[in-house]
Design a protein around this ligand. Structure first.
Ligand code: ARG
Ligand code: ZN
Length: 884
């Protein structure tokens, strides 16, 4: 819990550490009532410290200190003092060892940070500042030490004892206990420390690195989950190979372990050679896991593995640099997933997340730059801005330098900074120096928050045969940043003519040497207003803009309808084709909103229906792309485009358009469903995933026809499908329809899967996201269901998080009941698990976007939370900033 005055930490206050730790020896005695931690730290004064007589200040939180000795001499009570999270020893020599014995209580640690217990096993989560809950330490990422770790525990309860690096000793002790000793030869910051103890089974494999090192791979899980490890193991081996091929990075130890735990605040953690995973990001089999689940496992396994270089070998100097490792690693895992599956689909999915969650964050009270200037609680900064926008910033560097130039830059970065704790600036400088380019203006992407807007217009001069694109950029104010300087924005464009893409000659520029046929070009937008003149343009073109979503901006171009239809049907850039379909869908929804306002029925425009029909009929298209283009802009994305947000009106209009399409295209949807409904052995490959995605998109539309025939189709799919993707899609369809079979289907699903917690989470989520009235009542009932557990973050996310974050029409009920419910849950979780409480809050923080009545009700709930005694720093920071 926070002190009276929560303190803000500033990047500008960064100082090198006063002391360094060369070696850290830890010994853990794990017992049922408590754990005793013995630590011996080999400290010395940092020769680069500003103050060579500074006291030693160690971080510590929730620790009970049993003894403290310096160079073997027990310290007297007046030789040290504890103040908040700091233990200060005023006078210390330049070189010394510090021996501390602390007692901690993992069994009652519900914050899931530090050392805690999850389903009978001990595990740790130290990033960002959890190590201080284990022992007194210099808990900052620029202090890197070599770790030796002893773990002592009861052998029958905890047969498996793991830590980082290599196991160097195993021995049995008296009273049925045993000890293992681990040594990690790579110096590391405390946030990468990990320990696991439990009764675990494992699946093993081997990987031979390019230079011939044999690596033992193990995935540790509960016995019942041994049949769900194959996909993670395959993904791990693919990731190891890919990092060698694409980045020239090899694994550096003889052992790589993954452990699955049920109770975990985030997705997974890249602890050196001992990755700890949320079960939801490692376990997968066709009967229990959806296609999206399989893809998440592949992506997260790769992400954590890639951190071995981008995060561990080269780490962050301080937490303001978090995106240095996270943005880069998300970019790496996105490229990996694209290579393993469908690049365009992956790109569209990532852009969708960015344009909903990240753009919303950038426009809200918690907006912050990719490299923040200040924070109260670092846990609040594991955000879509740090991760996803950070990845877009790295992607833009990749776009500007090209694949080879980017590789030259990453090689220099890894070589120059191996074993160091560095900054975003070091990354950009390596990219610059390896390529001889100047990224001075580009650096603003790291320091300025907010989503830039590009207003683009085009003018064709028939007489001169020129086409001029005029680009104006601006960026709205964000907290603490009223004025913004222009960004360096890579704007990838093409010009479509009747017979295809036109050759691009840009006035005042040489031809782009990288573009093979010179029909696509990256424009460097660097000024407030800039004109780009293309010469020798024989006809009035349709511009294809921001191809591949080349920059994280909101782009506006005043397209005519027929131009959007052309882009949707013909653009060679998959992202732009899809985006054209979204702009047309938006226009339909906007016109349905106006129709509703004037009391008329919404009618879907004929040309849009025809465009959707040709998508459904064209068997040469990638079914995954067809599915994506048929899906109208999500309610979350619409909330970013329409202001103020009238949740109910948007929902009704969107449903009306969906219904209109379903009726108009029923026979095509049925035919498409039939075509995609093939009997085959499940595989999580791009081709099958695409087919299932289109089939289930068709099913969702068909359900809107609301008759016995389509209900029977959903019921058949629910009862017969052997994979969770199809079964869950059918359940969602049934639950959201006025289908009498609903209760029975939910019950059957529960009965079939009650022994699988991850499936039961999906069962909670389906009910929490039901669009029909009465859902909040059902959610409240489910909170007392025996399968629900408020201490398990996955369950909290599946029920409370899903209702508040993915069910706008019910969360924003006009009586304010959704807001009050969320505030109650945040207050409850604030004590138990501050990180989860704070994350859950997000939907309430966006109050400025909504209608006045909703704003008032949301703010009242935020104030009610703020008035609570003993708010955690996590919740305090988000609530207080939201009310500013
Ligand atoms: N570094 C981890 C990852 O991105 C995230 C861990 C963050 N944990 C936390 N409690 N904030 O893969
Ligand atoms: Zn990460």
């Amino acid at each position: 819990m926070r002190d009276a005055q929560p303190t803000t930490i500033y990047l500008s206050d960064y100082r090198v550490p006063d002391f360094l730790i060369d070696k850290t020896e830890l010994s853990f005695e794990l017992e049922e009532a408590h754990t005793t931690v013995n630590s011996r730290l080999y400290l010395r004064r940092n020769p680069e410290a500003l103050d060579q007589s500074a006291p030693l200040e160690l971080h510590g939180a929730d620790l009970s200190l049993e003894s403290i000795a310096l160079d073997g001499r027990e310290l007297a009570a007046d030789e040290w003092v504890e103040e908040g999270e700091l233990l200060r020893i005023a006078s210390v020599p330049d070189n010394f060892t510090l021996h501390c014995v602390t007692r901690i209580y993992p069994q009652s640690n519900t914050s899931l940070e530090g050392l805690y217990k999850s389903s009978g096993m001990f595990c740790t989560q130290c990033e960002a500042e959890g190590f201080r809950k284990i022992t007194y330490y210099l808990d900052r990422p620029d202090v890197m030490a070599e770790f030796y770790v002893d773990i002592i525990a009861d052998k029958s309860l905890y047969p498996v004892l793991l830590s980082n690096g290599n196991c160097v000793l195993e021995e049995d002790l008296e009273f049925g206990r045993h000890r293992t000793r681990w040594h990690d030869p790579f110096p590391k910051p405390a946030y990468l420390f990990a320990l696991v103890a439990g009764r675990l089974s494992r699946v093993s494999d081997r990987f031979r690195t390019r230079s011939g090192r044999e690596v033992d791979l193990h995935i540790y899980v509960e016995d019942k989950d041994l049949d769900k490890c194959e996909h993670a193991m395959t993904s791990l081996k693919n990731a190891m190979r890919w990092d060698e091929d694409v980045y020239g990075r090899e694994y550096d130890l003889d052992i790589f372990n993954i452990v699955a735990v049920d109770d975990f605040n985030m997705g997974a953690m890249e602890n050196k050679s001992l990755n700890i995973f949320n079960t939801s990001c490692v376990l997968a089999k066709p009967e229990t896991t959806t296609d999206a689940g399989f893809q998440r496992v592949e992506g997260v396994v790769a992400h954590e593995y890639f951190h071995n270089w981008s995060g561990n070998r080269v780490t962050c100097r301080d937490w303001f640099q978090l995106s240095l490792k996270e943005g880069f690693t998300v970019f790496r895992d996105a490229e990996f997933s694209a290579d393993m599956g469908s690049p365009t689909v992956k790109r569209v999915e990532d852009v969708t997340l960015l344009r909903t969650a990240q753009f919303a964050e950038d426009a809200g009270p918690m907006a912050h730059p990719v490299r923040p200037d200040s924070f109260i609680e670092i846990s609040n900064f594991y955000t879509v801005t740090i991760y996803e926008k950070g990845a877009e910033v790295v992607r833009m560097i990749h776009t500007l330098l090209g694949a080879e130039g980017f590789r030259r830059g990453s090689d220099l970065y890894f070589e120059r900074h191996d074993g160091q704790a560095v900054t975003c600036e070091d990354f950009v400088r390596a990219m610059e120096e390896a390529n001889g380019v100047d990224l001075q203006q580009f650096r603003r992407w790291y320091s300025q928050a907010g989503t830039p807007r590009l207003a683009v217009s085009g003018e064709y001069d028939e007489a001169a045969q020129t086409y001029t694109l005029t680009v104006k950029q601006s960026c709205p104010a964000t907290p603490g940043q009223a004025e913004k300087l222009p960004f360096h924005i890579p704007l990838k464009v093409a010009l479509l003519g009747e017979a295809g893409q036109l050759r691009l000659n840009l006035q005042g520029h040489k031809a782009d040497p990288d573009a093979a046929d010179n029909t696509e070009r990256v424009l460097a937008v660097t000024e407030d207003t800039q004109a780009f003149v293309f010469t020798d343009i024989p006809e009035r073109p349709v511009p294809s803009l921001l191809r591949g979503f080349s920059a994280p901006v909101r782009l506006h171009f005043d397209y005519r309808r027929d131009e959007l239809l052309t882009l949707m049907a013909k653009d060679s850039d998959g992202f732009c084709r899809w985006d054209a379909s979204q702009q047309l869908g938006l226009a339909e929804i906007l016109s349905a909103i106006s129709a509703q306002e004037s009391g008329q029925a919404a009618v879907v425009a004929e040309d849009f229906v025809a465009a959707c029909r040709s998508l459904l009929l064209d068997e040469s298209l990638d079914p995954a792309m067809v599915a994506l283009m048929l899906q109208l802009p999500s309610e979350a994305y619409l909330a970013e485009l329409i202001s103020p947000v009238d949740v109910q009106a948007i929902y009704r209009a969107r449903e009306a358009v969906r219904k209109g399409l379903a009726h108009a295209l029923r026979s095509e949807l049925e035919a498409c469903y039939g075509r995609c409904d093939v009997e085959e052995e499940y595989a999580a490959n791009a081709e099958q995933i695409a087919r299932r995605s289109l089939k289930n998109t068709a099913l969702a539309y068909l359900m809107l026809c609301e008759d016995g025939e389509v209900y029977a189709l959903a019921r058949r799919q629910f009862e017969r499908s052997g994979n969770m993707t199809d079964r869950l899609a059918a359940l969602v369809a049934i639950v959201n329809a006025a289908e009498p079979y609903k209760g029975e289907a939910l019950q059957r699903f529960y009965q079939d899967w009650q022994h699988e917690p991850l499936v039961i989470n999906q069962w909670f989520q389906v009910q929490a996201t039901c669009r029909l009235p009465g859902t909040l009542g059902r959610v409240k009932e489910l909170m007392s269901h025996p399968a629900f557990d408020i201490g398990n973050p996955n369950k909290v996310r599946a029920l409370i998080g899903a209702f508040c974050g993915q069910n706008a029409v019910n969360f924003h009920a006009e009586d304010g009941s959704g807001y009050a419910y969320l505030a109650d849950q945040v207050i409850e979780l604030n004590r138990r698990n501050p990180q989860i409480a704070s994350r859950l809050l997000t939907p309430l923080t966006k109050w400025q976007k909504y209608l006045p009545a909703a704003q008032t009700a949301m703010k009242a709930e935020l104030r009610r939370i703020l008035a609570e005694p003993e708010l955690s720093s996590d919740v305090y920071e988000v609530v207080s900033k939201s009310l500013q």
